[in-house]
Design a protein. Structure first.
Length: 138
């Protein structure tokens, strides 16, 4: 039995609409880089305490999401930028080991010489996963 002409046209229109919706879904899912602002010199990951630490900011970059219960902006997974809003000069003393960076990130510090990140001679500051890049600039 041959399909009716209306049935074939209906299938063509359905495919066209489905392709259009798929294209729209792909386009709207394209994310832009996020900016995550560190406002605490602490080295903690206590969620919902109102402080965004460098460790939390890096965790959000790695997860491409918010892992901090709102302390830091969510990461996007597309070259996020970490900035600082701290009373200067400042020192971030890492007490929980090195920071593991798994996604590419730009770390934009304040004026040169006003912020120091220390592993307290117990660890390196950053460990960068294969395929990830870290760019640092004042």
């Amino acid at each position: 039995m041959m399909p009716r002409k209306g049935d074939a046209m209906s299938r063509i229109r359905s495919r066209t609409v489905a392709r259009g919706l798929l294209f729209l879904a792909v386009c709207t899912r394209t994310a832009t880089a996020g900016t995550i602002t560190v406002n605490s010199t602490a080295d903690s990951v206590t969620g919902a305490d109102g402080r965004c630490t460098l460790r939390e900011a890096i965790a959000n970059v790695n997860a491409a999401a918010d892992t901090t219960a709102g302390d830091c902006a969510a990461g996007t997974g597309t070259g996020d930028v970490v900035t600082f809003a701290l009373a200067l000069p400042a020192v971030i003393q890492l007490t929980s080991g090195q920071l593991m960076v798994e996604q590419s990130v730009d770390i934009v510090g304040p004026t040169v010489g006003t912020l120091r990140i220390s592993g307290a001679r117990a660890s390196t500051v950053l460990r960068i996963a294969a395929g990830a890049t870290v760019r640092s600039r004042p």
